[in-house]
Design a protein around this ligand. Sequence first.
Ligand SMILES: NC(=O)c1ccc[n+]([C@@H]2O[C@H](COP(=O)([O-])OP(=O)(O)OC[C@H]3O[C@@H](n4cnc5c(N)ncnc54)[C@H](O)[C@@H]3O)[C@@H](O)[C@H]2O)c1
Length: 316
Amino acid sequence: MRILANDGISQAGIDALKSNGFEVLTVNVAQNQLIDYINKHKIEALLVRSATEVRKDIIDQCPELKLIGRGGVGMDNIDVAYAKEKGVHVINTPEASSESVAELVFAHLYGAVRFLYDSNRTMPLDGDTRFKDLKKDYSSGSELRGKTLGIIGFGKIGQATAKIALGVGMKVLYHDSEIEETSVILKFYDDQTITFNLKNHSKEDVLKSADFITLHVPKQKAYVISKNEFKLMKDGVGIINTARGGALDEVALIDAMESRKVAFAGLDVYESEPKPEIKILMHPDISLTPHIGAATKEAQDRIGVELATKISSLLK
Ligand SMILES: NC(=O)c1ccc[n+]([C@@H]2O[C@H](COP(=O)([O-])OP(=O)(O)OC[C@H]3O[C@@H](n4cnc5c(N)ncnc54)[C@H](O)[C@@H]3O)[C@@H](O)[C@H]2O)c1
């Protein structure tokens, strides 16, 4: 059986598929040639990331296609309901990247409490002439240990983030619209484990009590954090958004930063992605990454292997 991984797949994924008897093609076929390619090469499974679109035209005109696989979480680029209606399996890999996103949250947090986002901008310009001034500017950093992390959305990534927070000595308060209580198990390198039982809190309680707030909700119809939510937060709070652009009101964020209610933000996702607003990009107190939460080598390997396992159980 032949599989086309049109947006690429890790070597670990290719190896796992090959060992289960599949042939894997990793050419990148242009969107407008995809239908011809799939039919000509008798492709039965099409794997994509976020670049290739799998719409009704492909589903209708490629009758031999049995499976569409998305390496990653969001399925916005696939007509999922239509594919399922036509009997085509649609799979994704929701588990594979939770830890990678959680680590990025802490990359932003640790960087922000010591002003790395700013010193990395000023040191190349002034580090050799104003070293002592810069040392003074960045000498009032703080520590994460002992502080409270508020987590909004306590699914896979929220819980992976909680594990790191607990591991570095933070208190965790979460708010989730569904999960009333849960146990988070911290696993250490030598297989020791510690279990923490955590309970849901109201969004208001979390916003009022947290020193830092991180968002891990799915795509929303309305902002989760906007003007009214900022008002409830502690002065000098830090906020991280690695979830979705539309979860955080960027105009309200800029206002809250101007009044110093919010000391810093760490953003991986943007309302106007892939063209974030200049006000956001140029803001001196925002730590910025271009939607790379899931983009680690380890996550790509796990994605490949998770796809291979699911494909083998569905098509073999
Ligand atoms: N930055 C990246 O590269 C990257 C990578 C992967 C996922 N993500 C994003 O991370 C987010 C979380 O992913 P996940 O795998 O943890 O999802 P998940 O489905 O496991 O968890 C989401 C949780 O949010 C809760 N929730 C939904 N709406 C809520 C609301 N309004 N208030 C409070 N809780 C709410 C749900 O009950 C659920 O428990 C998604 O938006 C996903 O797109 C980003």
